[in-house]
Structure formats: structure tokens, C-alpha cells
Design a protein around this ligand. Sequence first.
Ligand code: HEM
Length: 358
Amino acid sequence: MPEQSPEPQAVVAPVTRSTIFIVATLAADDDGLDTVRAWCADVAALVRSVGKRVPDGNLSCVCGFGSGAWDRLFGAPRPAELHPFREFGAGDRRAIATPGDLLLHIRADRMDLCFELATLLVGRLGDAVSVVDEVHGFRYFDLRSMVGFVDGTENPAGREALEFTLVDDDPEFINGSYVLVQKYLHDMAGWNALPVETQERIIGRTKLADIELDEAVKPTSSHSSLTTLEEDGREIKILRDNMPFGRPGSGEFGTYFIGYARSPAPIEQMLENMFVGRPPGNYDRLLDFSHAVTGGLFFVPSADLLEALADRSPQAADADTEEAAAPALAPVAVPAPAPASQDGSLSIGSLKGTPQYE
Ligand code: HEM
């Protein structure tokens, strides 16, 4: 029988009505690391237990690990493109990095399911982590974002969604994904004061019917233009599942951005285009009314690897690596991580079977 490829986590999941996003940091001492590793093997069973109580509730959970956390928890081997969140910005526009070791992306059609699962998952982690951000997102009418436009229309679907989100060229990490999150707060009074036609030119689509503006009228600074990437004549997509959130009584109106891809490079390129501009200065006017207050990059191991990670430890992994390596005479220089883009190329090659950095 051919060897089966690892089962991915629920990265490509149906669009749901409710979401809880949790970002946590590991405790400073190493005492909790065993707890977090053991927890990795429990996640799937907890999702099953809660999910089975409402069979049509579409409950799922994706867990990701930040760059520093990966080293502390699991050591080598590490995902080839996992690095700390890269900041982008110009002037007042800043895509900032904020602390985060662990990401939970819990989705369901009912908030009670998300709430129950979050309670169990966070409860089991106990003092091993501190939750630094928790956002409860909701579906807003017909998949509207907080700024009133339909969000998610141009997402890849079906096989294309899998091709754009699952790693296939990093042998130890097949069917993992990278996920980037940012929490945005909006100046809704300023945004709502704009005529609808101006808003439409900022997004690049019509507001009511969600139709892409004709190229002749769509500005190159529109959100949809700046987040459209092409390499070798083919569009490079990411999979988003943004959710609105807020507290009207406190004047808080937000969008939690979440983007999955098989490499961080396209998501980072989109951020650079939005915040710095393509070309520089031709930036995303949505950012005149929205600012990012968090930013994190995480690696999402396949579901099979997540379970197996429970038995890893950095010491054991290092020992394995040392055994496999030829006796070292001198320290080996570690190459600097490749930048997101140097020559306008995304350096992610074609989608299948090509090394991402040549
Ligand atoms: C303030 C936060 C954001 C809001 C409210 C927002 C909203 C939207 C809306 C309404 C659309 C059009 C419909 C659709 O195709 O989904 C869209 C498209 C898109 N957005 Fe965003 N977005 C935000 C942040 C981001 C960020 C940070 C990225 C990437 C780093 C991004 C990437 C994309 C992509 C790739 C598209 C599809 C473009 C196309 O193919 O036409 N968005 N967004």
C-alpha cells in the first residue's frame, strides 16, 4: 500500500458563523513545556468530543506555533520558512509584530461550541501559557467585513485551496501551513463619512453586489489590486477567514485578519504592498481608516505531526540531529533567512514540486 500523506489540520474548513482566536505566550520558565507538548496529542480528541455534541455545528480548531516557541518546544527539525513576524510600514502605517507563541483558530456555526472548546483547550494548558489576546468574531450579515463589504469572495476553493495552503516541498512538514494574523481596529466614523463610490475605489469592488470594479476605473492602490499577486503569469493566492469583532459600547470596531498559505512569502508581499505601497507610496487607503494592533506568524503542523509532537523534545531532537551529522570541526554558519522579496519575485516557485528558494 502506498504511504499515506499526513492529514492536514482543518485549514481548509467551511465558512462558519463564529470564531474564537486565541494567541498565547509560553511561560518564561521551562516547567510548562512538557504540558504544552502533551496537550498537542489531546487537541484532536477534544475537538471530537465537543464537536460530536452538535453534529452539524462544523466545529474545527487549527493550532499554530511561533518561531521562538517551535525551538523551545520541539527543536530541530524546524519548518524551513518559520521566522518571527516581519514588520512592514511607512509613516503612520505599521504592520507591527506582537508577542505570540501559540495560535488557536476555533471555528463553528455556534459560539457555544467555540466557547466550550476554547475553555477545554486553554484549561488544559493551565499555567504553561498566558493568553495575550482573545477575540470572538461573528458573521456579519452576508459575510460582510466590519467595513461593510463582502469579505472572502476571491478565496481559492476546493483543490486550489489545498494547493495554495499546504506545504509540499519541506519533507518533514508535508501538509503543514503557515498562518499570519493581525488584529485591526477601524475608524468607523471616518470610513462611514466617505461616499460609497470612494469606499468602492478603496476596496476595488462594489459594495452592495460585491462585483469587482472594471480595470479601467479600479485604482492600482485599491485593496484588491495590491493584494493580487502574480508570478510567472499565474496568480498566487492565500486563504483568508477574516472575522468582524467589536464592542459598540466601547467604540471598538475591528477585523481579525487571518491568512493561510504554503509559504509566508505571498502574505508578506501583500502586507508590503498594502503598508509601503506598490510602487512605494501607492499604499492601501483602507489603512487610513484601519490600524493593526497585533501581528503574528505561526506554523501549523499537519494533524498527524501535531499528535506526534507530543513525544518530541528539543534535547531529543538535537541528539537525533547530532547523531545524523558528520562530526563537526567548526561551528556551522546559519544562512540568514531569505527576505520576502528582493527583485519583485515571491521566490516561491511554481506551486508543485519546486524548491521555494533556489
Ligand atoms: C483591515 C483589514 C482587512 C479588511 C477589512 C479586508 C477586506 C477585504 C475585502 C472586503 C475584500 C474583497 C472581497 C474578497 O475577495 O475577499 C478583500 C480581498 C482581499 N484581501 Fe483583504 N482585508 C483586510 C486585510 C487584508 C490583509 C492584511 C491581507 C493580506 C496580507 C488581505 C488580503 C486580501 C486578498 C488576497 C484579497 C483578494 C484580492 C483579489 O483576489 O481580488 N486583506 N479584503
